[in-house]
Design a protein around this ligand. Structure first.
Ligand code: NAD
Ligand code: AHE
Ligand code: ZN
Length: 369
């Protein structure tokens, strides 16, 4: 069938909206009509050429919500009409990783997904006979996409697509990093580096679990008011303080953070996030994704003296199980998504979402089909 998609032709090039061809679902696959998609910094990261796994031409996007319109043979858990959220971290419930409670990193289809292909090693997308690659197993920048059954969370039908699409990445990553990965306890002092679409959800998660101080660090002063609305108690703009941001955090927390989260993707702030943690027990979680060739460093003494460095993908969430629950939290008014979706646009204007991200004007842009 012909579908409308924003195609990424190469690193650093603007997306162009095209009519492309999409094959129907094969065994274990599902055809989804996308109703909305958020634009995450990771989409820009891959478009920029910084992603070692970035392959072109491709259809980006991994923060969608839509409706099942067809299922391939062997699909048992979904049917036509079901409302779904695509999962870039699938949940097969059978692989060694899914059976290990220590991780959410289902590996059932990871190798083909990383090559921009469906699990059988082929693509469903093409344009004028030339293959287009899938992206993160989702390709939500198309009004229809084919996904593996294990990469779709079934959600309630009264949830608005243009809001809950954000649960497909940003909301779950931020809140999940607090709850699943760090397991922040009530009364903890928390520091969040980067108050964008992910960091503000970390703040929201920290408030939900009853953190004490929630300190936000960002170069953009416009993030202060929104951070406070979501539970931030202190704001530091590193450009506007005398001296080092690490020392400033040690002072505010009386010795260091219990937990810190790096939500930028910058290896310098990753080091600061580790080193602002409390001696003896502080835990720093890397959420941000750094570009090809980047490496983190610190003095090993930082770890010898009791700090822990860890990372998280999709907030440690098991999507088919956890995403429907997060949708319920939104519908029950327990989490705020609406105030983080600052811009909406049709697919034709999708390049504007990257401009808004870079000018610091948007938190999340959502494309509505
Ligand atoms: P964003 O662009 O919305 O937010 C980034 C924020 O960082 C902005 O507020 C910006 O002002 C701030 N910032 C930039 N440089 C800074 C610096 N040197 N010091 C302080 N603040 C600085 O991005 P996002 O969508 O929130 O994504 C954040 C990061 O998380 C990206 O690297 C993205 O790829 C990554 N990410 C990871 C996962 C995961 O599963 N691990 C999921 C989603 C996104
Ligand atoms: N492909 C890149 C890294 C990209 C990356 O780390 N992606 C995160 C999700 S970011 C969502 O916005 C992730 O889930 N990683 C785990 C995984 O298996 O991809 C690279 O460096 O090669
Ligand atoms: Zn994302």
């Amino acid at each position: 069938m012909d579908v409308r998609a924003a195609v990424a032709w190469g690193a650093g090039k603007s997306l162009t909206v095209e009519t492309v061809q999409l094959e129907g679902p094969r065994h274990g696959e599902v055809l989804v009509e996308m109703k909305a998609t958020g634009v995450c910094h990771t989409d820009y990261f891959t478009l920029s050429g910084a992603d070692p796994e970035g392959l072109f031409p491709t259809i980006l996007g991994h923060e969608g919500a839509g409706v099942v319109v067809d299922v391939g043979p062997g699909v048992t858990s979904l049917k036509k009409g079901d409302h779904v959220i695509p999962l870039y971290t699938p949940e097969c419930r059978e692989c060694e990783y899914c059976l290990n409670p220590k991780t959410n990193l289902c590996q059932a289809i990871r190798s083909t997904q990383g090559q921009g292909l469906m699990p059988d090693g082929t693509s469903r997308f093409s344009m004028d006979g030339k293959m287009l690659r899938h992206y993160m197993g989702c390709s939500t920048f198309a009004n229809y996409s084919v996904l593996p059954e294990i990469a779709l969370a079934k959600i309630r039908e009264d949830a608005p697509f243009d809001k809950v699409c954000y649960i497909g990445c940003g909301v779950t990553t931020g809140i999940g990093a607090v709850i699943n990965t760090a397991k922040v306890e009530p009364g903890s002092n928390v520091v969040v580096f980067g108050l964008g679409g992910i960091g503000l959800n970390v703040i929201q998660g920290a408030r939900m679990v009853g953190a004490n101080k929630i300190i936000g660090v960002d170069l953009n002063n416009d993030r202060k008011a929104l951070g406070e609305k979501f539970g931030m108690t202190d704001f530091i703009n590193p450009k506007e303080i005398d001296g080092d941001v690490v020392q400033a955090i040690l002072d505010v927390t009386n010795g260091g953070a219990d937990y810190s989260f790096e939500c930028i993707g910058n290896v310098t702030t990753m080091r600061q996030a580790l080193e602002c943690c409390h001696k003896g027990w502080g835990v720093s979680v890397i959420v941000g994704v750094a570009g090809a060739g980047q490496e983190i460093s610190t003095r090993p003494f930082q770890l010898v003296t009791g700090r822990t460095w860890k990372g998280t993908a999709f907030g440690g969430a098991r999507g088919r199980t956890d995403v429907p629950q997060i949708v319920d939290w939104y519908m029950d008014g327990k989490i705020n998504i609406d105030d983080l979706i600052t811009h909406t646009m049709p697919l034709e204007d999708i390049n504007k979402s990257f401009d808004l991200m870079h000018s610091g004007e948007s938190i999340r842009s959502v494309v509505i089909y």
